[in-house]
Design a protein around this ligand. Structure first.
Ligand code: 6PG
Length: 248
């Protein structure tokens, strides 16, 4: 079952999240002896909460971090809606992650989201596929947000992409949350990760957290993430978001 961590404030959450991310990093680099720690990050309110404590941590081998985007809005990278820009401002620009280790979704072909998605999928294939072929990549950690409607990544309630079984990366041009054109990882990729952690804070998330945690049978997109064992799903929330939740 998913593990829920609740915190009195977002500052406390940021501190615990930083430790959690570094434990995932150690599992990848020290225990599994991988050459890189492979992490995918979303946009929304997550980058700020993530960066707050992490950027001050000492002794982080940033040169071994390999960053991917869980989803991206198809806008120029310097646009205020860009998830790259949001993560750059809150994390990348503060720490020495080599630029070639940041797998930017090249959104320069704004009118061709299929090309953008294909190009990004090639970056994933190049990074994850060694000598043997694999069905899906296995991220060490995927960090996601939860929208008030229950969406995660750019997987929205009732959208046909919820049924995607094969692709690693998908695109859509009808996102109900603007901007409409987006690139997203698919469910099979989320479900093959070693860890998926949802971060959601604030009273605006009370109703959705109740549905996601106490009524998963409603099938909101965030509830549909079912990571294959021994992988696990974690929720990091503040008390403000959890007032209606009974789940323990
Ligand atoms: C995006 C995000 C999206 C986000 C949720 C939650 O690009 O829109 O990646 O999936 O994580 O919408 O957003 P908030 O944390 O801002 O509520």
């Amino acid at each position: 079952a998913p593990v829920l961590f609740g915190f009195p404030s977002t500052d406390d959450l940021s501190t615990a999240l930083a430790s959690f991310v570094l434990a995932a990093q150690d599992d990848a680099l020290v225990t599994k002896k991988q050459s890189t720690f492979k992490i995918a990050i979303s946009g929304g309110s997550l980058p700020k909460v993530l960066g707050k404590d992490l950027i001050g941590r000492q002794d982080v081998p940033w040169d071994k971090w390999e960053i991917f985007f869980a989803d991206e809005r198809v806008v120029p990278l310097d646009h205020e809606d860009s998830n790259f820009r949001l993560n750059d401002e809150n994390l990348f620009s503060h720490v020495p992650i080599p630029r070639q280790n940041i797998h930017v979704i090249d959104t320069s072909k704004l009118d061709d989201p299929e090309h953008v998605a294909d190009d990004y999928e090639k970056q994933l294939v190049a990074s994850f596929v060694g000598s043997s072929s694999i069905a899906f990549p296995r991220f060490d950690l995927i960090l996601l947000g939860i929208g008030p409607d229950g969406h995660t990544c750019s997987l929205f309630p009732g959208h046909p992409l919820l049924n995607e079984q094969d692709g690693w990366v998908a695109w859509l041009d009808d996102s109900p949350k603007p901007p409409p054109v987006r690139i997203t990882l698919t469910y099979p990729v989320l479900n093959h990760a070693h860890r998926v952690a949802f971060v959601s804070t604030g009273e605006g998330k009370q109703e959705v957290m109740e549905k996601v945690l106490d009524h998963p049978e409603e099938g909101l997109p965030s509830s549909r993430v079912k990571v294959i064992s021994p992988g696990r799903v974690f929720f990091f929330s503040d008390d403000a978001a959890l007032t209606r939740v009974k789940y323990e």
